[in-house]
Design a protein. Structure first.
Length: 55
């Protein structure tokens, strides 16, 4: 018995949009709890971490 398999759907855009939504609410929660300066430091750290990923 042979089955015709269809390719898996591409969820790249969905994953990126949901990642942005999660990052925004986390930054808003940190901003409300401790202020804007820690958000800048965390964003800077995430940016440095992403730049270290080889492309």
């Amino acid at each position: 018995m042979q089955r015709n398999r269809q390719p898996a759907p591409d969820f790249t855009n969905t994953c990126l949009i949901m990642g942005l939504c999660n990052l925004l609410w986390i930054f808003c929660a940190i901003w409300m709890a401790w202020g804007l300066i820690p958000v800048f430091f965390i964003a800077y750290g995430i940016n440095r971490w992403i730049k270290r990923i080889p492309s």
